[in-house]
Design a protein around this ligand. Structure first.
Ligand code: CMC
Length: 430
């Protein structure tokens, strides 16, 4: 197939600037506009980056129209069915699925890095009892940079690997500590004989006073959810990690920036917002009234868990999670009226012209909260769970970026709309 050719035409002078097309393996080409300003004196303008590629990347591919999500070429549904989250993490980090020994080595390295410096545990004492777990996560992950600065030479592949393993191993420990702080319970140390998700559930739900056995159904459900959340190409939090990381900052600080970006209700905070919304609606009989509000542009109300910047057909993660949701609730014998409410909302939204015209479909967060709830995870821990899973993607993108010899600091420009240059009058004359 021939590469399409594009140019930018100045309508006034007839001058043309050819824009080289950057082709990838799948999906649309990107037009290289890097020289537009130098050659023409104008900027390109794309707030929200609907048409802008910020980088080349070989990690994740999304086709929003077809509802396709591939990690390193593999469909996410196949990975969720056949692989553990740690296998998927290895794949996302290294580009290939691990063979037996490779997985064993990776798994054992992650298990060895699960503890956090004891001084870091004490950081939690400084937070108020009602601090949101995402606030604690942001602060404590940023603080890792003060403790693990022995291997932060971004140019050294071994340093990058140690950072990756530490970050992926410690994030569940930090998330569980944030949970324990919020609920006023003693921290539980990691148990390295447990697999990744069982360990997290143990750190959250065990107490020192009695033995706690992780329900394997819960651990498996979490493992699948984590696979579905592990990466999603250049989303807001990943782009934030890349933006911060492009300055050469400490990688833990870059991950903390990503966590802060994830927290917002338009992004990872949506899973929490979905449950808050279901609580507010309360009963199936109130659904229609709520939908009327959603469609009223002046109300400012959105149907949380619906819509996506990229998916304009369906979110493939939502399809898998929807199925999982029913399975998990059945297996754990949870009869949650929230699920009935969610199904009713979904049914109305999918047949409503407002949603059809705007191509708004349920996204991953519409169902994930219901599963988290069934696992006994409180609402304010939903977004931290997302953060634990997405850490893999953030780390992989950071590594991809800093390994690239052509890495440059990310520095967007603007169309200035403020006052034109003017003269300062001394205060007495104003
Ligand atoms: N409820 C009602 N209307 C909506 C919704 C919604 N959830 N989402 C978009 N719209 C409308 C919006 O009002 C606009 O209508 P109009 O064209 O008449 O002005 C149109 O659809 C396009 O919306 P947009 O805000 O331009 O779309 P966007 O691509 O900038 O935003 C989104 C994407 C995900 C932020 C948005 O759909 C949304 O706010 N959804 C609810 C929050 C949510 O579930 N977020 C999780 C996303 S998936 C997980 C993740 O990425 O972390």
């Amino acid at each position: 197939m021939s590469t399409p050719s594009y140019s930018l035409l100045n309508n006034a002078t007839g001058e043309k600037l050819d824009l080289p097309a950057i082709g990838g393996t799948l999906g649309p080409v990107g037009l290289d506009v890097g020289k537009v300003y130098d050659k023409t004196g104008v900027f390109t303008y794309d707030p929200g980056f609907s048409s802008t590629c910020s980088t080349k990347s070989a990690i994740t591919y999304i086709d929003g129209d077809q509802g396709i999500l591939l990690y390193r070429g593999y469909p996410v549904a196949q990975l969720a069915e056949h692989c553990s989250f740690l296998e998927v993490a290895y794949l996302i980090l290294n580009g290939e699925l691990p063979k037996g020994q490779e997985l064993q080595n990776f798994d054992s390295s992650i298990r060895k890095h699960t503890m956090i410096n004891e001084n870091l545990n004490r950081f939690f004492e400084g937070f108020n009892y009602d601090a949101h777990p995402m606030a604690m996560l942001t602060g404590v992950v940023g603080s890792l940079s003060a403790f693990y600065h022995d291997t932060t030479n971004n140019k050294d592949p071994r340093h990058r690997e140690i950072f990756a393993h530490r970050m992926i191993a410690k994030i569940p420990t930090i998330a569980a500590a944030a949970y324990k702080k919020y609920y006023g319970q003693p921290f539980m140390y990691p148990q390295n004989h447990l697999d990744y998700c069982s360990n997290l559930l143990h750190m959250m739900f065990a107490v020192p006073a009695e033995p706690y056995h992780v329900n394997p159904i819960a651990a498996k459900a979490l493992d699948i959810l984590f696979t579905l959340h592990a990466d999603h190409e250049q989303n807001a939090s990943t782009s934030t990690v890349r933006m911060a990381g492009s300055t050469g900052t400490n990688p833990y600080a870059a991950i903390a920036a990503g966590i802060a970006a994830l927290w917002g209700p338009s992004h990872g905070g949506a899973n929490e917002a979905v449950l808050t919304m279901l609580d507010e609606i309360g009963d199936v009989k109130n659904v229609q009234g709520f939908m009327d509000k959603v469609k009223d542009k002046n109300s400012g109300v959105r149907l949380m868990g619906f819509g996506h910047r990229v998916y304009k057909n369906f979110d493939p993660r939502a399809t898998i999670i929807r199925e999982q949701c029913h399975k998990v609730l059945q297996a754990l014998k949870v009869d949650d009226p929230k699920l009935e409410l969610a199904m009713k909302l979904e049914e109305i939204a999918l047949s409503d012209d407002y949603f059809k015209a705007r191509k708004l479909y349920p996204n991953v967060d519409f169902y994930s909260g219901i599963i988290y709830k069934a696992l006994g995870i409180p609402v304010n821990m939903f977004t931290p769970m997302f953060a634990v899973a997405r850490t893999v993607g953030w780390v992989a993108h950071w590594i991809e970026m800093v390994s690239d010899p052509a890495m440059r600091i990310a520095r967007p420009r603007q169309v200035y709309t403020g006052a034109a240059e003017r003269t300062v009058s001394p205060i007495a004359q104003r």
